[in-house]
Design a protein around this ligand. Structure first.
Ligand SMILES: [Ca+2]
Length: 472
C-alpha cells in the first residue's frame, strides 16, 4: 500500500512534472497551429479576394486623342501611363454612337433595341438590370458616380450603395457649379469643377470601401460640350496648330453637309483646342484615381478600365459630333490597367470589342454568372493574355434622331475589313467601304467590282442582325 502510495506519489509527481511540460508543449503547439491557421487564412483570403473594379467613363472622347495614340500635342500623361502599364484595345467600338443608348449598353450589356433607350429622349426602363445590381448581389460594394444621362425620371437605381448624379440641363450637367443629386438629395456645388468634384466623391468611396470588394462606376461629363476646361487649362493649346485634322475641319468645312454651325459659326479651331484641354483635365482626374489606388496599396487587385460612350467627328467627311456609322464615330478608347491580371503590360490587342462587353467582363471578373440576355461577351480572357477571337463582325444600329438632328436610322455591319451601311426611312443609299485601304471612309465601293465581291456576304450578315433586332 505504502509502496503503492509511494508509487502513486511518484507517479503523481511524475504526472505533474509531465503535465507541466506537456502543457507547455501543447500550448506552443496550439499557438503555432493557431498562427499557422491564422496566417494561412489571411493568405487564402488575400488570394481569393475578389478584384475591385473602377470603370471610368467619359463622354465623346475621340478614340485617338491621347498622347500614346500619336496625337501631335495633346497631353494625357495618366492615360499614357495606363496604356504603358496595362492593355490597350485598338479596335473598341460602340454599338450606337449616341450618349444615352451607349450608356445604357455599357451598364446593361445589351444593344439599344433590347434595353430600349434608343436615343436621347426615349426613357430608361427601370426594369433593366444593371451590372451594378448584379455585382451588388455578388457581394460587391457599388457606386454610380457621375453622368447618368438617361431620358425619363431619374430612377431609384437598384443595387447601388451610392448614387451621385445630376439632372442639370436635362441630364447633361455643367462643367462648373453643377448641382449634384447625392443619394437622392439635390445639393448645390457652387465653386466646384464637375470633373474634380466627381473624382473627390469617387476617392471618398474608394477609401471607405478599400477593405471590401468594390465596383465603382465613375462617369464624367468631360470632354462633352460646351467645351469649358478649368481656367488653368483654358489656354493650354492656344499656340498649337490643327494641321493634323481632316481638311473639312478647317474654316469653311462646315458649309458642306449642312454643318454650318459646326464648321463656321462654331469656330472649329478654337473649339477643338478647348476640347483637347478638356481631355487633359479629364486625364488629370483619371490620374488622381489611379494614384489613390496605389497610395492605398490596392492597385494590384483593382482593375481600372477607361472608355467613353461614343466616338467623335472633328470634320471627318464634313461631320461634327457623332451618330453616323463612320469610323471616328464608331471607335472608342478602351484602356485596361490590372496588375494582378494582365500577364504582359504595355501591349495592344486587335480584338474587336464593344461597349456591350463591359458588363459581362465585370461579372466574369467577379466570378459571377453572365445572364443569357446580355449581348456582350467577356473580354477577361484577352486581358489575361489568352489567344481567343470574340467576334469578327458587329452590328451597328442607330435609331432615327429627333430635330434638329437630321441623321436617319442606320443599320450597318462592320467587319475587320469592310463597313456596309444601310439607312432606314431615308432616301440615302447604302454605302460600302474598305476599312483597311480607306480608313477615312471616302471611297464608296457600291457598284464597283471590288464591292460586288463582298456585298452579298455583308448583306446576308446584316439581314441576320436586323432579324435579331426585330424578332429577338
Ligand atoms: Ca456622348
Amino acid at each position: 500500500m505504502k509502496r503503492f502510495c509511494a508509487n502513486r506519489e511518484q507517479m503523481d509527481s511524475q504526472w505533474r512534472g509531465l503535465s507541466k511540460q506537456s502543457v507547455k508543449v501543447l500550448f506552443i503547439l496550439v499557438l503555432v497551429g493557431i498562427s499557422f491557421h491564422f496566417f494561412t487564412g489571411i493568405v487564402q483570403a488575400e488570394s481569393k479576394k475578389k478584384p475591385n473594379v473602377v470603370f471610368i467613363m467619359s463622354d465623346d472622347h475621340r478614340w485617338n486623342h491621347m498622347g500614346f495614340m500619336g496625337h501631335p500635342w495633346i497631353q494625357t500623361p495618366n492615360m499614357d501611363r495606363m496604356a504603358k502599364e496595362g492593355l490597350v484595345f485598338n479596335n473598341a467600338f460602340c454599338t450606337t454612337s449616341l450618349c444615352s443608348p451607349s450608356r445604357a449598353s455599357f451598364v446593361t450589356g445589351q444593344y439599344a433595341h433590347k434595353h430600349g433607350v434608343t436615343n436621347n429622349i426615349t426613357p430608361w426602363d427601370n426594369k433593366n438590370v444593371t451590372v451594378l445590381e448584379l455585382m451588388k448581389k455578388g457581394g460587391y460594394k457599388t457606386a454610380f458616380i457621375g453622368k447618368w444621362h438617361m431620358p425619363g425620371h431619374l430612377p431609384k437605381l437598384r443595387g447601388v450603395d451610392r448614387f451621385i448624379t445630376f439632372t442639370a440641363k436635362t441630364g447633361q450637367g455643367q462643367h462648373f457649379d453643377c448641382p449634384l443629386i447625392i443619394d437622392g438629395v439635390e445639393t448645390q456645388r457652387k465653386g466646384k469643377y464637375l470633373g474634380e468634384d466627381l473624382t473627390d466623391f469617387a476617392i471618398e468611396f474608394i477609401n471607405k470601401e478599400k477593405d471590401n470588394p468594390f465596383c465603382l462606376y465613375l462617369s464624367h461629363k468631360a470632354p462633352h460640350g460646351p467645351f469649358k476646361p478649368p481656367p488653368e487649362l483654358k489656354e493650354l493649346y492656344k499656340d498649337k496648330n490643327i494641321d493634323h485634322l481632316p481638311k473639312w475641319a478647317h474654316r469653311y468645312a462646315g458649309m458642306c453637309d449642312g454643318e454650318i454651325y459646326g464648321g463656321v459659326l462654331w469656330n472649329a479651331e478654337a473649339q477643338y483646342k478647348k476640347y483637347c484641354s478638356l481631355i487633359t483635365s479629364l486625364d488629370q482626374q483619371v490620374g488622381r484615381v489611379v494614384d489613390e489606388l496605389e497610395r492605398l496599396g490596392i492597385a494590384d487587385n483593382t482593375i481600372v478600365i477607361y472608355s467613353t460612350d461614343n466616338g467623335y467627328f472633328f470634320g471627318d467627311k464634313g461631320h461634327f459630333d457623332k451618330r453616323w456609322a463612320y469610323e471616328p464615330s464608331l471607335r472608342i478608347p478602351f484602356i485596361v490597367k490590372y496588375p494582378a491580371g494582365i500577364k504582359k503590360s504595355g501591349i495592344r490587342s486587335d480584338e474587336m470589342i464593344l461597349n456591350v462587353d463591359l458588363a459581362p467582363t465585370l461579372l466574369d471578373l467577379a466570378g459571377l454568372p453572365v445572364p443569357d440576355n446580355m449581348d456582350g461577351k467577356s473580354i477577361l480572357p484577352i486581358i489575361e493574355g489568352k489567344e481567343i477571337t470574340l467576334r469578327d463582325a458587329f452590328h451597328y444600329e442607330f435609331f432615327k434622331d429627333f430635330p434638329p438632328y437630321t441623321v436617319p436610322g442606320i443599320d450597318a455591319v462592320r467587319t475587320n475589313e469592310f463597313l456596309y451601311i444601310e439607312y432606314n426611312e431615308s432616301r440615302m443609299k447604302p454605302e460600302l467601304y474598305n476599312i483597311i485601304k480607306d480608313p477615312e471612309n471616302i471611297h464608296n465601293l457600291m457598284e464597283t467590282p471590288e464591292g460586288a465581291k463582298v456585298l452579298p456576304g455583308l448583306k446576308i450578315q446584316l439581314e441576320e442582325y436586323k432579324r435579331r433586332k426585330h424578332h429577338g
